[in-house]
Each structure stands twice: as structure tokens, then as C-alpha cells.
Design a protein around this ligand. Structure first.
Ligand code: F6R
Length: 261
């Protein structure tokens, strides 16, 4: 696991966007895993800007998102399809038919989850999955207790996650309590994982996930198992990390990061 700390959230977001853009430029038929949430909004704004400036081309990119609420139509302004269209897909030259999210309205939930995993496998797997972290330690909606080998499934959301996200719904109680999520195992199958963590409210869970023992009580800690994970944090989110100085030393001196300093 590589850990990069940038002084501000804006710098962390820009670095994240650049790493994604460089990966797409190196392999135009890219299979990109995506996340939603407040953390990613500026990453998608930066990728949209880069696309307009001719710095990254999404024309051959295919994407799969981590999650979608059960029961929400794509037009619902809190559905993750709506979020993705608004924040990224409508702003870049991606073919919307190449963008995938679980269907929140599918009649057969198990079949929909299996179909989703199959579609990733048939495409040859995800090249890079961009993920965040929730205050419960979740990646996707893999709340505490989710198996590290889980595949896409419908999860009943914990109270912490419900409290974190219901503020976006009107009224808050209308937030669905169940959601499709790619499993921890689904995410670990990606060739590369990039995790972005910003803000001081994430400092405690970031330290537990990155430097604590691996446990299914913090699904993000499973990323420690992955051979190519980069975690990008701003200084506030990194405040509780024990090896901060070492991570900074590596970023400043390792030639592989020279282009990104
Ligand atoms: C969203 C997702 C979640 C979020 C997490 C953080 O697709 O998978 O795991 O990344 O809940 O959300 P924000 O960024 O709103 O703090």
C-alpha cells in the first residue's frame, strides 16, 4: 500500500485526477471503477476540465460504479446514476452506453447483482477502481462485518452510513436503507485501486484502515491485501497516521512519483 499526503484537499483531488488520466492515456480501452460521494465531486470536475482541454480522452473508456440505492430510479436526484451523469458522464466524451451502475429498480436483486459481476468479468476486469471511505470504514456500501471475499450484493446499511448519507435526502427519512454494492472481493479484483480520503472527519477511520489490523469490521482495511493500492489523503485526513513522515519521504524521493510532485 502506498500512501501519499498532500497539504490540501484540492491538491489531493488534482493528484487523484492526474493518476486516473495518465492511466487512461496509457490504455485508451480502459475499464474504470468509480465511486460517488462528496469526496469525488472535485475529482470529476478536474477530469471534466482535463477532457475539455484535450488532456484525457474517455471515448473508449468503460466504467462500473461501486453502488446504487435499491428502489431509486435513475432520474431520482439522489440516485448514483444521476450523480454520475451530472458530475462526470455528461461532461466528458464517454459513450453513456459504456457506463454501468447496478439497476436500483431491478425486480430480481440476486440476478441483478450476479449480472453486474458477470459484466465486469466479461469485460476482462477493472483496470483501476477509484474508491473513497465512509465513516464506518466502508468501501462501496460494504459496512462492518462484510466478508472480504464478498461479491456484488444488496446490503442493509448500518446506522452510521444512514446518518452519513440521509442529509442528502428530502425528507432525510426517505433514504433507502438498502443498496447494491460491489463486494470487497469485487474491488480487490481490480488491477489497481486508488483511494481518496479528505477532511478531518475521516482522520480516525483513515488511520484505522491504513495502519490498523485488517478486519472485516473495517472493510477498507482489506485494501492492505491488494498489491497495487495508492491511498491519497489531505493533511487533515492524514492527521492520525503514525508513518506520516515516512510517507512524505517516499513521495518526495522515490523516482516513480517525480512527475507528480
Ligand atoms: C460511494 C461509496 C462510498 C463513499 C463513502 C464516502 O459510491 O462507495 O463508499 O465513498 O461513503 O462518502 P463521502 O465522499 O460523501 O464522504
Amino acid at each position: 500500500m502506498e500512501v501519499i499526503i498532500r497539504p490540501t484537499a484540492a491538491e489531493a483531488e488534482k493528484l487523484t485526477a492526474r493518476i486516473i488520466a495518465d492511466a487512461i492515456n496509457a490504455k485508451p480501452e480502459f475499464k474504470l471503477g468509480l465511486a460517488t460521494g462528496a469526496t469525488m465531486e472535485n475529482v470529476y470536475a478536474e477530469l471534466s476540465r482535463m477532457n475539455k482541454a484535450g488532456e484525457v480522452d474517455f471515448s473508449q473508456v468503460r466504467s462500473w460504479n461501486l453502488d446504487e440505492y435499491v428502489g431509486l430510479a435513475p432520474e431520482h436526484d439522489q440516485s448514483y446514476r444521476y450523480y454520475m451523469n451530472k458530475n462526470l458522464f455528461n461532461n466528458v466524451n464517454i459513450d453513456i452506453r459504456n457506463t454501468h451502475l447496478p439497476d436500483g429498480l431491478a425486480a430480481d436483486e440476486e440476478a441483478e447483482a450476479a449480472r453486474y459481476d458477470d459484466s465486469i468479468d466479461e469485460a476482462g476486469g477493472i483496470d483501476l477502481w477509484l474508491v473513497g471511505i465512509g465513516c464506518s470504514g466502508h468501501v462501496g456500501f460494504n459496512d462492518p462485518g462484510t466478508s472480504f471475499s464478498s461479491r456484488t450484493h444488496v446490503a442493509y446499511l448500518t446506522k452510521t452510513t444512514y446518518e452519513q448519507n440521509k442529509i442528502y435526502f428530502t425528507p432525510p427519512e426517505s433514504m433507502p436503507r438498502r443498496a447494491y454494492t460491489a463486494g470487497v472481493g469485487t474491488v480487490l479484483d481490480a488491477k489497481k485501486i486508488v483511494q481518496l480520503i479528505t477532511g478531518k472527519r475521516k482522520a480516525a477511520i483513515a488511520a484505522a484502515a491504513i495502519e490498523g489490523p485488517m478486519t472485516s469490521m473495517i472493510s477498507s482495511s482489506a485494501l492492505q491485501l491488494h498489491p497495487d493500492t495508492v491511498v491519497i489523503l489531505d493533511a487533515e485526513a492524514a492527521a492520525n497516521l503514525k508513518l506520516r513522515d515516512f510517507y512524505d519521504e517516499v513521495f518526495q524521493n522515490d523516482p516513480k512519483w517525480a512527475a507528480y510532485r
